[in-house]
Write a protein that binds this ligand. Structure first.
Ligand code: NDP
Length: 311
């Protein structure tokens, strides 16, 4: 393709996420009617981190709106690890709760890995438990982390068959980069995982038919790192000063991704915007995971949550 390539098609994650939420809501209503069962999600938050408070409130509201039970456990900053583990044990044993989510970050005095690994893997709707990481790695059914799950849904919707495509994932975190690479491998992509020690990152990115950016560095990936026609999934959410100097002086901010959107959109075939791309998929996949977890616990077949037009 030449540099006269038309502007990339924006991938509308917000609309796709709403469709998924609608399908989950309908499936939950049918589950309730047929079996008298309401999936339940428990969210645990420790401390007063303002951003976490907003996320947790949002999760609770969205869970209720989808027709599910939502319990929020707000614990003080002074909570000990033993107290938190005791609550997790209670929730693991609660038959009305099918999903458990512990909002991160936890206070420094608490070992987050110990807490995440105390959650029953079958209620681990964040998909962070080592058992679920293992299930994903070996191709067994499990619960998959929400952000990469949402990203692969957007890719399948945009491209259909991903088989044989070269996917480059920039970032190797346990919550995004690594599970994303596993999901792409399961779709028969050839997968390269890049990170802070990778050599010639621009050159690696230029090989990508599918480029997934999960770095946490505002607009690091430039337009000339992108292969013409590639599909770009920008997972990054970075808050930077407003581009209007007056607003910036007032401390106003805006959100940008890890990809320089305007430059990339001139080269890519399709690209997720920030905001409105991957972000909305994360909460939609949390609801989907809660529904799926409830179905598995109860031995009820989960409805197919893919859009009707997908293969
Ligand atoms: P982490 O900080 O855990 O991981 C970042 C990764 O990027 C690491 O693997 C790191 O490499 C790599 N990296 C950092 N700098 C560079 C560099 N200069 N060149 C190449 N690789 C680099 O972040 P997360 O995975 O948790 O999140 C990534 C982004 O996604 C963030 O912006 C976050 O806000 C966003 N996010 C968005 C979500 C959503 O709902 N849309 C949900 C979760 C995250 P190394 O391992 O070598 O240090």
């Amino acid at each position: 393709m030449s540099d006269t390539h038309a502007a990339a098609r924006p991938i509308d994650g917000k609309a796709f996420a709403q469709g998924l939420i609608d399908r989950v809501t309908a499936a939950v209503a049918r589950m309730k009617a047929a079996h008298g069962i309401v999936p339940g999600l428990a969210v645990v938050i420790v401390g007063e981190d303002p951003a976490s408070q907003v996320y947790v409130r949002n999760k609770g509201e969205r869970t209720l709106a989808a027709g599910m039970r939502s319990d929020t456990h707000r614990l003080p900053e002074s909570t000990t690890q033993a107290e938190l583990l005791a609550l997790i044990a209670e929730l693991n044993a609660d038959t009305g709760i099918h999903g458990i989510l512990v909002q991160l970050p936890l206070p420094a005095a608490i070992d987050a890995n110990a807490v995440l690994d105390a959650i029953s893997p079958d209620k681990d709707v964040d998909g962070f438990h080592v058992v679920n990481a293992g299930r994903l790695a070996v191709g067994q059914p499990g619960l998959v982390p929400c952000t990469p799950l949402g990203s692969i849904m957007l890719l399948k919707d945009a491209l259909g068959d991903l088989s044989g495509l070269h996917a480059v994932v920039v970032g190797r975190s346990n919550i995004v980069g690594k599970p994303m690479a596993q999901l792409l491998l399961a779709q028969n992509c050839t997968v390269t995982v890049a990170h802070s020690r990778s050599r010639d990152l621009p050159g690696l990115c230029r090989q990508a038919d599918i480029l997934v950016a999960a770095v946490g560095r505002p607009e690091m990936i430039r337009g000339d790192w992108i292969k013409p026609g590639a599909t770009v999934i920008d997972v990054g959410i970075n808050r930077v000063p407003s581009s209007d100097p007056v607003k910036a002086a007032e401390g106003r901010t805006r959100l940008v991704g890890d990809v320089a959107y305007a430059e990339a959109a001139r080269v890519a075939g399709a690209i997720t915007p920030v905001p409105g791309g991957v972000g909305p998929m994360t909460i939609a996949c949390l609801l989907a995971n809660t529904y799926v977890a409830a179905c598995r616990t109860l031995g009820v077949a989960a409805e197919d949550l893919a859009p009707a037009s997908a293969d």
